[in-house]
Design a protein around this ligand. Sequence first.
Ligand code: IMP
Ligand code: MG
Length: 335
Amino acid sequence: MPCTVTVGGFFGDEGKGKVIAYLAKNDNISIAVRGGVGPNAGHTFVYGGKTHKVRMLPSAVLNLPTKLLIGAGVLIDTEILLDEVKTFAAHNRTLVDRQCGIIEKAHIEKDQGTYLKNRIGTTGSGTGPANADRALRTLRLAKDVHDLSQYIEDVSNSINHALDKNESILVEGTQGTFLSLFHGIYPYVTSRDVCASSICSDVGIGPKRVEEVLVIFKAYVTRVGEGPLDNEVNKEEVGRLGWAEFGSVTGRQRRASPFDMQLAKKAISLNSATQLAVTKLDVLFPESAGVRKFEKLPTESKKFIENIEAETGLKVSLVGTGADVDDIIDRRAMK
Ligand code: IMP
Ligand code: MG
């Protein structure tokens, strides 16, 4: 699979970080490249009992041979990026496109305003106001930031050259389909489109370069911030079901609802999915926790996955059964 794009199928927080960390480790990925909005996304993965989080670097960060790139469409918070580069000792593997936009203090302050913070419920990370300045063509770019000079690269060029050599590239989308500025539930959306085509554009590849579009769902739906959520379950019930989650960027409790097949179908069509992943199956079916072979899943949990396949006509090729990067059923060989 030389080029795979991964995107979230619901409202973000589908467990993309874990799936990407697994693929990087398992598939001999030479380049992981991040698209999407910017540090408003927090991707989490657990490896060897330790929880890691990235807001700027690709989630492949623990896989040492993998180069870590950030595409031109992504906004950079310089402080957060440099901090992550240090934490993961990624100095020699990190490359940032020269045209990435830069989030300044003033953007973060603007993102705390009543409309954005309270009415929309943004993450407050400054991404919306920075993208507004980008549209106005006043935003500073990465090539003009001294502290980033050692990481600057033409990312689109690097990826296209690597693909010419048939190297494996993993393109990491952030947020989720229904947070798209174009296709989500406006105005309760993020500041850009975040569907697969935009993620490709962020990193500078055309649609013909992509072999697989992996759309990632969670076994139930969550969303943070304001906006509609069909069949929303009340907070008490969320706790009882074991669905309580807290935002990795803001710490806010996520709202939740059961798996939504209609939304899933819409996400599949918006992204032209070629395969699916479903994470956190163990939260719905505790007996499936830690299972790594599909045949070993209890009947109900197997039926849940098979029903998604029957309804969508696509293979659920990866199934998450626990927090650890390796708690996954990889069914790709069965294609
Ligand atoms: P913003 O992207 O910070 O402007 O926030 C706009 C909306 O998108 C809010 O509802 C946020 O909670 C949501 N959002 C943005 N990024 C993420 C993410 O990575 N995961 C989940 N929700 C997100
Ligand atoms: Mg997240």
